[in-house]
Design a protein around this ligand. Structure first.
Ligand SMILES: Cc1cc2nc3c(=O)[nH]c(=O)nc-3n(C[C@H](O)[C@H](O)[C@H](O)COP(=O)(O)OP(=O)(O)OC[C@H]3O[C@@H](n4cnc5c(N)ncnc54)[C@H](O)[C@@H]3O)c2cc1C
Length: 297
């Protein structure tokens, strides 16, 4: 049965829900408080990153990747199937990469992974620091999008393709029991309301935000200007530090040795949740990051 679906927020989560609901034949309206979404969805690496997901969430990441592929085929949105390289500059990092690779031989990632020696890796990206470099793990699943472009183009595509109604510059001040009210005083009735307001969930539902096990996380990163001479990064790059960030690598016994070394050598990296990754968009700009501060700091 066709439902009227109201969505709060036109970030990537709101747009994804709008797309899925419209595909199922529902009548969808999206409310976005700004003229164009400008939250976390445009301030990120643009990495589609299945390799970081543990077994439990990998199927969702692969499904998400498939959706980006559909967009690549059906719209003008730029998507680069660049893959990823995890680099090892220390013996303990190389141990984790080898253990992960062998553990995945019969796993869902198995056929997508390649363990590359030093020279094979260096030929894949000009960005690798050759000093003390041992080798890398390549995965062919990762993709790159330009988040700013994609978030700006998706509403038009969704509107033209599915007739989804977008109400920009429309702030929702109340959403409950099938009724949604905007700051302009208009009330809209829906069969289902999906709240995708990002960290602003706190504003609409302060009580739930305080009582649910939720906390904010602040990330810092930087974006360079367009690189000269058409320089290209190649695959996304992740350093050995990243191995302790994404939960997929927690299946490796050798990870504890690496984590212990980092805790001893550079505890400030743990304190600020720092690891190093890089991606490059279609305009040649490189995004480097990042750090993670949890809670109200
Ligand atoms: C630095 C950084 C790097 C990241 N890198 C990656 C990456 O490479 N790959 C990846 O998959 N993820 C990455 N992420 C995570 C990813 O960006 C977020 O998980 C995702 O963008 C969250 O999307 P969202 O739609 O929930 O939130 P948002 O993008 O914040 O969108 C919420 C929208 O809701 C609107 N809104 C809020 N309240 C209201 C209201 N009351 N009425 C109307 N509209 C409202 C806001 O204006 C906003 O546009 C990164 C995040 C950060 C911060």
């Amino acid at each position: 049965m066709q439902e009227r679906v109201g969505i709060v927020g036109a970030g990537i989560v709101g747009l994804a829900h709008a797309w899925s609901a419209a595909e199922r034949g529902h009548q969808v309206t999206v409310f976005e408080r700004t003229g164009v979404a400008s939250g976390a969805s445009i301030r990120n690496f643009g990495m589609v990153w299945p390799v970081g997901q543990p077994d439990a969430t990998l199927p969702i990441a692969l499904l998400s990747r498939q959706r980006w592929q559909i967009l690549a085929n059906e719209s003008d949105i730029w998507i680069n199937p660049c893959g990823s390289l995890h680099l090892a500059h220390r013996a303990d990092e190389w141990d984790v990469l080898q253990e992960f690779y062998h553990a995945q031989t019969n796993g869902a990632l198995g056929k997508h992974l390649q363990l590359l020696n030093r020279d094979e890796s260096l030929s894949r990206s000009p960005a690798i620091n050759p000093d003390g470099f041992l080798g890398s793990l390549y995965c062919d699943l990762e993709m790159c999008v330009n988040p700013t472009e994609a978030i700006r183009m998706l509403p038009d595509w969704l509107h033209n393709r599915y007739g989804i109604d977008f109400q920009f510059e429309s702030t929702v001040v109340e959403a409950q029991s099938g009724s949604l009210r905007t700051s302009a005083g208009a009330t809209h009735q829906f069969d289902r309301i999906i709240v995708c307001s990002g960290h602003d969930f706190e504003t609409l539902y302060p009580l739930q935000f305080r009582t649910l096990p939720l906390q904010k996380c602040k990330l810092q990163m930087m974006r360079t200007v367009t690189q000269p001479d058409s320089w290209r990064l190649g695959p996304h790059i992740a350093s050995g530090l990243t191995l302790r960030h994404y939960t997929s690598f927690r299946c490796c016994q050798s990870l504890s040795k690496l984590a212990d070394r980092i805790a001893e050598e550079t505890p400030e990296l743990n304190e600020l949740g720092i690891h190093v990754m890089a991606s490059q968009d279609n305009l040649g700009r490189v995004v480097l990051g990042d750090s993670h501060e949890y809670g109200q700091r």
